[in-house]
Design a protein. Structure first.
Length: 314
């Protein structure tokens, strides 16, 4: 403890010794009586010794208190400007670290809830396939549909995890919107055939964006259009300059549900009725479109269908 004390206050003692030697040298140069110097030195040393004892006890107590510190609230209240500044700095660092821990915990809870919801969603096609096997009623078309749903859900989950882990995974280049939409339509061709849906694609335009992530967003919207369309109906997709409009003639969305469609986990009336929605597709779509600088607007009417417009922002 003494060594620690000397390490912190040693320069003061060196300065005191140098000052004393300087005064002694001045007395010597001017031939002043040395007993005056010795008398003043003795009194000075008494005061200095008392200050040293008090300062050492204070230093020792403060150091022991800091070494046994377990929480920020136990930090001793300082009165010196440097102690107040250090306390403020420590408070700032503790608050910053606490916020980081809270953000990590929130992100972990979010990811855990996401995986649970998606796992529950993927149980539906697995249960359907299992039931077909148990009852020996293997319908090829239905089996393909359930396998497609399972693969699509897994791919969506992997895409979302990749999006969250690598926020810079974008490659902007000039693409054809018609080619991008056509690729998504081809992906859902078997579902369209099963429901006897006819997709009409009109127009084309070139745009600079990330084709992979835009295709992912379009797949979420077109998947919903197919999912909630009435059998043997049409889905119209119009491509204009810097915009894509997707219109279906399905069951529609309640007016009060539309403002909440992009909230995580919100399924609304349509999702509950069909028991096929996790409420994550449009949430992900909105997040990604914001990164790609696209706006998305939805209008709908129960029993008459839904229209989704994606437009490039400048």
């Amino acid at each position: 403890m003494i060594l620690k004390y000397l390490k912190e206050y040693g320069p003061w003692y060196i300065l005191y010794a140098l000052s004393t030697l300087t005064y002694h040298f001045m007395f010597y140069l001017y031939h002043l009586p040395q007993h005056y110097f010795l008398a003043s030195l003795a009194i000075n040393l008494v005061f200095f010794s008392v200050w040293t004892l008090q300062n050492y006890q204070s230093f020792k107590g403060k150091l022991l208190e800091l070494e046994s510190l377990k929480a920020f609230d136990d930090l001793p209240q300082g009165h010196l400007p440097t102690e107040i500044a250090y306390r403020g700095l420590i408070y700032h660092l503790v608050a910053k670290e606490a916020q980081q821990v809270l953000d990590i915990k929130r992100e972990q809870d979010h990811l855990e809830g996401l995986v649970k919801m998606w796992s529950h969603q993927m149980k539906i096609p697995v249960s359907a396939i299992s039931l077909m096997i148990q009852t020996h009623q293997m319908n090829k078309s239905e089996l393909q549909d359930q396998i497609f749903r399972l693969e699509n859900d897994i791919n969506n989950l992997l895409a979302y995890l990749k999006y969250k882990q690598d926020d810079d995974d974008y490659r902007f280049e000039e693409i054809s919107l018609k080619a991008c939409v056509s690729g998504v339509i081809k992906k859902f061709s078997s579902q369209c055939i099963a429901k006897q849906l006819h997709i009409k694609l009109i127009g084309d335009s070139s745009i600079i964006t990330d084709g992979k992530w835009l295709g992912f967003c379009l797949s979420q919207i077109i998947d919903n259009a197919i999912k909630y369309s009435s059998p043997a109906s049409d889905i119209k997709i119009r491509i204009d300059k810097n915009s894509i409009e997707i219109q279906d003639y399905g069951i529609g969305i309640l007016e009060e549900d539309i403002p909440r469609l992009f909230e995580q986990g919100f399924t609304g009336y349509s999702g509950h009725e069909h028991e096929k929605a996790t409420g994550l597709g449009l949430y992900m779509t909105k997040q990604i479109l914001d990164k790609l600088r696209f706006s998305i607007a939805i209008t709908s009417q129960i029993g008459h269908g839904t229209t989704v417009i994606i437009r490039k922002k400048y």
